[in-house]
Design a protein around this ligand. Structure first.
Ligand SMILES: Cc1cc2nc3c(=O)[nH]c(=O)nc-3n(C[C@H](O)[C@H](O)[C@H](O)COP(=O)(O)O)c2cc1C
Length: 196
């Protein structure tokens, strides 16, 4: 008898990146308790507005959780990437972890000529080597809520950085436009090129 099943899916977060923090903390907290009680293990990854989750355990438990997940309004477009039987639990030592989107994951996608993290693009061939990348990361302890928060703060820094970049571009554009405007308004109106 084969004791376990495992599945992985990709989905899209419904909250925008600014509000995802609350969703992730809630999901993480409830999942940790539920998964521990029902001997479910695996990994949940969030990045670029996408979720990737791998779940393994006894078939009735995995199936029940997946049915709940399908109805969860915090994500949409749930796409089952694979579902099969397993002799052993791969992530048993981990418990259930939240994994922050980070460099080895980005590298995996780049190395496979995929533009950035997008779990929908993980086909049958890629998905198992992707799981190996996640598994091989040094992660003998389950993540704490503090680690999740730190990861999210890193996300927010990225977001703030990009807002800063936009502000810089705006200032540069103004610095170019103001002298141009002054030149045009102070020029004798002999040419018909400028319509201020
Ligand atoms: C991306 C994502 C991953 C989730 N992962 C888990 C999980 O691993 N374990 C869990 O118990 N709940 C998880 N949840 C929450 C469940 O979808 C659901 O809210 C929870 O099982 C409670 O279901 P109920 O409100 O129907 O009782 C996840 C939700 C989302 C959006």
């Amino acid at each position: 008898m084969i004791p376990y099943v495992r599945l992985a899916y990709a989905s899209t977060a419904t909250a925008n990146p600014v509000h995802i923090r609350n969703d992730l903390i809630q999901i993480f907290e409830s999942a940790r308790q539920y998964n521990f009680n029902h001997q479910l293990t695996g990994v949940l990854l969030y990045g670029n507005g996408y979720f990737f989750q791998y779940i393994e355990g006894r078939k009735p438990e995995v199936d029940r959780l997946y049915q709940h997940l399908l109805k969860d309004l915090r994500h949409q477009g749930v796409s089952l990437l694979f579902y099969d039987v397993a002799e052993q639990l791969k992530f048993e030592q981990w418990g259930s972890r939240y994994t922050h989107f980070e460099q080895p994951i980005e590298h995996f996608f780049q190395h496979n000529q995929l533009a950035g993290f997008n779990p929908y693009l993980l086909n049958n061939q890629l998905i198992h080597s992707f799981l190996d990348v996640l598994y091989s990361r040094n992660s003998s302890n389950s993540a704490t809520t503090m680690q999740v928060l730190r990861g999210l703060e890193a996300d927010q820094n990225t977001y703030v950085m990009s807002l800063k970049d936009m502000a810089t571009v705006g200032v540069l554009i103004l610095m170019l436009l103001i002298p141009l405007y002054l030149i045009v308004t102070l020029m004798p109106s002999t040419s018909g090129f400028f319509l201020f």
